[in-house]
Write a protein that binds this ligand. Structure first.
Ligand code: BGC
Length: 257
């Protein structure tokens, strides 16, 4: 059983569908896009899977607790959590409002912490269910910007840098209970979050930063998430998978530097 946050669109949506196709029952979390979340549920069901849509703001402690309760009530257990919900509110750093700083940290970092805490408590309480080698799998959706500084996006980059150390700390703390905590850091994936950067002229400029020569699809990330959650990845603990077409390889250094 897999719970995916921020699953009404983009990487979350593709991940929820891929988990469903791989045989997991899926909880499709959304905050405001209820209709879209229901469409994701319908798509999973159409493909022969089982899913429910659950509304919750991941930055709200009571919402997160209620979401885990509802998921466990419907499916009996939670085995995989993909803490994916995230947002951007971009501004030049000198102009960034405290509100925009807080909002992004609240959703991207504190929201993931709240979901991680609820997941880890549940994995611990469930013990060994015999469905997988590990007792639970937590995947934190990060970004190449947990490594690459990003002018004009200081709140976002700080949130993703924070996720990286949060993930490793949780992995270190929970590995002895056979809970696997890992992260995925996507590069430029074509979704609603970056429509402007990935289309037209901007899209061509962006390609210069991607050695593999194409902008990613949400499924590229979803496939990595399914693998990371599976027993094929049973020895992956505290790792970050960069699914980025080589964006973190400093392509601007090709030929000079
Ligand atoms: C951001 C995208 C951006 C990509 C590469 C992601 O984390 O959400 O907007 O295109 O990083 O810079």
């Amino acid at each position: 059983m897999a719970l995916v946050t921020g699953a009404s669109s983009g990487i979350g949506r593709a991940t929820a569908q891929a988990m469903g196709a791989a045989g997991a029952k899926v909880a499709v979390n959304y905050r405001s896009q209820e209709d879209e979340a229901k469409n994701v549920v319908a798509a999973i069901e159409k493909a022969g899977g089982e899913a429910i849509a659950i509304g919750a703001d991941v930055s709200d402690e009571a919402d997160v607790e209620a979401m885990f309760k509802a998921t466990a009530k419907r499916f009996g257990a939670v085995d995989v959590v993909v803490a994916n919900a995230g947002m951007q509110k971009d501004a030049a750093s000198a102009e960034m409002s405290l509100d925009d700083w807080r909002k992004v940290i609240d959703v991207n970092l504190t929201g993931q912490f709240l979901c991680a805490r609820a997941a880890l408590r549940r994995f611990r309480a469930q013990g060994d269910r015999g469905v997988s080698k590990a007792r639970g799998k937590l995947i934190c959706m990060s970004s190449v910007h947990d490594l690459i500084p990003w002018a004009g996006h200081v709140n976002y980059a700080a949130s993703k840098g924070g996720i990286s150390m949060m993930m490793k700390t949780l992995a270190q703390e929970f590995a002895q209970e056979r809970v696997r905590v890992n992260a995925i850091s996507p590069g430029a994936i074509r979704t609603a979050i970056n429509e402007e950067e990935t289309e037209g002229e901007a899209g061509k400029e962006l390609l210069k930063l991607i050695p593999y020569g194409r902008i990613g699809a949400a499924e590229d990330v979803a496939n990595a998430a399914v693998w990371l959650a599976s027993d094929l990845a049973d020895y992956m603990v505290g790792a970050t998978l960069y699914v980025d077409g080589g964006m973190t390889l400093y392509p601007e250094f090709r030929g000079n530097g």
